[in-house]
Write a new protein. Structure first.
Length: 119
């Protein structure tokens, strides 16, 4: 992903990924409820997302469409986390997650399955 989204912009994107195409007003209503943002704040962030190419606007009613899939953003954010916090090493991230020791038996089983599929 060549577009860097800030946490506030990701909130706008999360609404679009969850709700699908919707009006800026609908996004604003949801974010007012979830995080207490006013209409102007939300519209400013939507416009930033549009300028970055993450959101496409159409008429009527200021319809918004996510141009970047959630998976693409998740991959980019994960890669950034690995590079920034774990010296580019995915296995260090994995060890850090496992070292938290509060995984359920089901989560451990799922991780074993994922690792097994990679082998």
């Amino acid at each position: 992903m060549s577009v860097k989204l800030f946490d506030s912009e990701l909130k706008v994107m999360t609404v679009l990924w969850k709700e699908g195409d919707c009006t800026a007003k609908h996004i604003s209503d949801i974010l007012k409820e979830e995080v207490g943002w006013n209409v102007n704040t939300t519209y400013t962030l939507i416009k930033r997302c549009i300028k970055k190419g993450a959101v496409e606007r159409s008429e009527p009613h200021f319809m918004c469409h996510a141009r970047i899939p959630r998976e693409e953003v998740q991959e980019a954010e994960t890669n950034e986390l690995i590079d920034k916090m774990f010296d580019g090493s995915a296995d260090k991230l994995f060890c850090a997650l496992l070292g938290r020791k509060n995984l359920s038996a089901d989560q451990i089983r799922q991780l074993r399955q994922i690792v097994g599929e990679l082998e």
